[in-house]
Design a protein around this ligand. Structure first.
Ligand SMILES: Cc1cc2nc3c(=O)[nH]c(=O)nc-3n(C[C@H](O)[C@H](O)[C@H](O)COP(=O)(O)OP(=O)(O)OC[C@H]3O[C@@H](n4cnc5c(N)ncnc54)[C@H](O)[C@@H]3O)c2cc1C
Length: 485
């Protein structure tokens, strides 16, 4: 079993299938830090991955299944290393869950070809998505370009068929002394062998720019993910009403677990369908809305398969390649650091920098602010998010950024630009979120905190706003309007 971003025992399709009829079973994980870096994965997401892997190793050991680890530099090194591993461990068949961005697909195709020469079949299962990407198409057989028709088509096919997504059980346990029969390690050509120890860090990961270990307040692993899901089951009915307020914890916070696979999307669907009388559109407005968010996730995963150009640093809408981004370095730096002088934007960016996570409403606000008000290329923001987020996921992140920048699949026109001050007053009315992350503003009144009076501040204390949101909004709309002419 080749584990990737599917780090759980329960409802793991490939693991379940691998264990089903086999006489012997081992699992392994391949870290490719150079490729991960080139994809933009940052310290937080890699730390979460490695910590989840360690937890999974203990869980697998209880079922007598050994978990091996090897560090290679790049995806390109994987087929040759696997060929050796497969030969030395006398593997009959290899199982893994499919991954969809173009480089992952190319790696998996190369592995299949390589192992075919050794007579070892490779089975990739659908697991990260509810249905295989590419299987849901428009009437003319194309992939969906817009979310709402995608969602409608999905629900038309699957409402009342909740059973289809029933989670699978954990793999069966192997015999009493099974794990001990496997070697402790095996030699592989190259700098690293296949071993049973999972390191704290790989490549140049794990060390924050200041030289200190990255501190992350996320408990890794399947049990922690299951606890969050169970706790959220009590809140899901109110999700539609309460989800947009960043000072309150009313979303599930499951994204880091869904992304490393500690929780499966089917487990989430099961919980929400149970809250919704078994329906995708049922009596609970909260469950309806949450299921819809899980379909956004599904939509973006399908998008990278149907429109692989989004994996090649290209906008979904080709005409937006011509946007004359202003790309002022100083603007980008201040946005990253949370020093734009717009309190809600700064609070959000500091939440990201301090915790590795940001509330969805604020992801939309800061992405709109960077791409529209500061007219900075969405790819810079996309990359910064990948580096910082503990839930960094190429498909969701790219989809979110392109949606906000109006270069993506959004059906709404380009002149939708979030006003950060109105968003702040609406979703953080008492300024509780701003006070938490921008303490220098904590003593301001609920009214002033959204847009502090300028005479109170200096560049050393809290900076004046980096731009006038009305003028910069107008400029962005003109730039996008000119693309049409
Ligand atoms: C600019 C931008 C960048 C983003 N980058 C990422 C990313 O790298 N990784 C990531 O998982 N999500 C990303 N999102 C989507 C969304 O913000 C997060 O999934 C959500 O905030 C996670 O919090 P939660 O688990 O509490 O979500 P909940 O509100 O509880 O939603 C449940 C799950 O549904 C999925 N989901 C919810 N909203 C979206 C969405 N808009 N798009 C896709 N899936 C969604 C997530 O898997 C989430 O865990 C991004 C959104 C934007 C606007």
């Amino acid at each position: 079993m080749w584990l990737r971003n599917d780090l759980r025992m329960a409802d793991n399709t490939a693991l379940y299938r691998a264990a089903r009829g086999c006489k012997a079973l081992a699992a392994f994980f391949i870290a490719c830090p150079e490729t991960w870096r080139s994809h933009g994965d940052g310290d937080n997401v890699v730390a979460m991955r490695l910590r989840s892997l360690r937890q999974l190793q203990s869980a697998l050991a209880k079922k007598q299944i050994p978990l091996y680890f090897i560090e290679l530099a790049q995806f390109a090194d994987v087929p040759a290393a696997l060929a050796q591993i497969v030969e030395k461990l006398q593997v009959d068949a290899l199982y893994a869950n499919a991954e969809y961005p173009v480089n992952e697909l190319a790696r998996d195709q190369a592995v299949r070809q390589h192992l075919k020469a050794q007579g070892v079949p490779v089975e990739y299962s659908t697991d990260r998505t509810l249905v295989p990407p590419g299987s849901l198409t428009t009437g003319s057989g194309d992939g969906f370009k817009v979310f709402t028709p995608f969602k409608r088509a999905f629900i038309a096919q699957h409402d009342n068929s909740g059973e289809a997504f029933s989670p699978l059980p954990a793999p069966r346990a192997l015999g009493a002394d099974h794990e001990a029969q496997w070697p402790e390690w095996i030699a592989v050509d190259g700098p690293n062998n296949l071993v049973r120890t999972i390191p704290d860090t790989v490549g140049d990961y794990g060390v924050a720019p200041g030289g200190e270990k990255q501190v992350l307040d996320w408990t890794a692993g399947e049990a922690a993910g299951a606890r969050l899901l169970a706790a959220f089951a009590d809140k899901v009915d109110d999700y539609d009403r309460l989800r947009d307020f960043p000072a309150q914890e009313n979303t599930s916070r499951l994204s880091p677990y869904l992304n490393c696979g500690a929780v499966s999307v089917r487990q989430c669907v099961k919980m929400a369908l149970e809250a919704n009388g078994g329906r995708w559109v049922g009596a609970s407005d909260g469950a309806n809305t949450w299921l819809s968010e899980l379909l956004w996730r599904e939509f973006y995963q399908h998008l990278v398969v149907n429109f692989p150009r989004v994996c090649r640093n290209k906008p979904f809408k080709p005409e937006t390649e011509k946007v004359p981004w202003s790309n002022r370095e100083e603007d980008f730096k201040r946005w990253c650091e949370g020093r734009t002088g717009v309190p809600i934007v700064d609070a959000a960016m500091r939440q990201l920098n301090q915790t590795g996570w940001m509330h969805n409403r604020l992801r939309m606000v800061v992405a709109s602010f960077l791409t529209k008000n500061l007219l900075t290329d969405w790819r810079k923001g996309e990359r910064y998010f990948m580096q910082q987020l503990v839930d960094a996921d190429f498909a969701a992140n790219n989809g979110g950024w392109q949606w906000a920048a109006s270069t993506g699949t959004d059906a709404a026109p380009y002149f939708r630009v979030f006003n950060p001050y109105s968003q702040s007053k609406r979703y953080d009315a008492e300024g509780a979120f701003i006070r938490q992350y921008v303490p220098e503003l904590a003593s301001l009144s609920d009214r002033d905190i959204h847009c502090p009076p300028q005479d109170l501040f200096s560049e050393e204390n809290y900076p004046p706003p980096i731009c006038d949101v009305t003028d910069s909004r107008k400029r962005a709309i003109e730039v996008f309007a000119n693309l049409k002419s």
